[in-house]
Design a protein. Structure first.
Length: 126
């Protein structure tokens, strides 16, 4: 997709480029983002026969700011998330479920619980 846009920008006789079939919303979004990266104006010509937008065409036009960027999208390295052995995994401790009758009887204790400080709650948690 990016190579097609590069050819389009290098060709002074072309002022408009039509992206070929883009069946998914992800590819349509990518086309708009590539146009934005190259300072092109993107437009959508929708086909009202298909409600999901898969029939719509994306057209990009050259602008006065249109240029080949110093960094091409294809040159950006893909950084996959790697597991860092130094990262400590945390788990949230679940409190035991109270029965409804205990909740009604202990309504006063819940009021006192809301007035506890953060330190007191941490101590209770541990």
């Amino acid at each position: 997709m990016e190579q097609d846009v590069e050819k389009f920008i290098r060709d002074p006789s072309q002022q408009q480029f039509d992206f070929q079939q883009l069946p998914t919303s992800y590819l349509r979004l990518a086309a708009h983002r590539i146009a934005q990266h190259y300072s092109l104006q993107s437009m959508v010509l929708s086909d009202n026969n298909l409600p999901d937008g898969s029939g719509s065409r994306i057209i990009v036009c050259k602008t006065s700011e249109c240029r080949l960027p110093r960094i091409l999208l294809a040159d950006i390295p893909v950084n996959l998330p790697s597991e860092d052995p130094g990262v400590l995994k945390m788990a949230i401790k679940q409190r035991p479920q109270k029965k409804r009758s205990q909740l009604v009887n202990n309504s006063n204790s819940s009021k006192s619980n809301s007035s506890k400080s953060v330190e007191e709650r941490k101590e209770e948690y541990n």
